[in-house]
Design a protein around this ligand. Structure first.
Ligand SMILES: C[S@@+](CC[C@H](N)C(=O)[O-])C[C@H]1O[C@@H](n2cnc3c(N)ncnc32)[C@H](O)[C@@H]1O
Length: 126
């Protein structure tokens, strides 16, 4: 069982609600036409970095699969869904079939300055 939770923000018109909980709870009342953005914990870029070492939240491979399943569920009910992550094979696999836009980013942390760049993706279903 994973008890990790994050903060999320919901708003409708002028009403803003800040909550804490798992992403499944955050999306329990999503309706057709709603817009959902997941700024999800990153999948590790290197093969040597483990999921739990890489993110202090310890977001596991199972969590990434659970999030991708939720993304597909929200897509199937007619919500508009956006998610960002590193451009790595696992992310392309999990979100296969959706629109995946890749872009270059600068990364602040790497002892080798030439490796302070990378690719991320924005995935949408619209
Ligand atoms: C890439 S960060 C996003 C940061 C945020 N957008 C911001 O600007 O501060 C990923 C976030 O996912 C949250 N998180 C971790 N596990 C989660 C879960 N099971 N459900 C929802 N959010 C989770 C983390 O707490 C972290 O804040």
């Amino acid at each position: 069982m994973n008890y990790n939770t994050g903060l999320f923000v919901k708003w409708a018109g002028g009403d803003v609600e800040i909550c804490q909980g798992d992403f499944e709870i955050a999306c329990a009342d999503v309706k057709p036409g709603d817009f959902v953005y997941f700024d999800s914990p990153y999948v590790p870029v290197s093969e040597t970095a483990s999921f739990t070492d890489y993110t202090k939240e310890g977001f596991s491979l199972e969590d990434h699969k659970r999030l991708a399943a939720l993304y597909r569920r929200l897509d199937s009910i007619g919500a508009k869904v956006m998610l960002s992550n590193h451009s790595v094979p696992l992310v392309h696999e999990l979100y296969e079939g959706f629109k995946i836009e890749e872009f270059d980013v600068r990364r602040a942390i790497n002892s080798d300055a030439s490796k302070r760049t990378g690719k991320e993706v924005i995935i949408t279903n619209y």
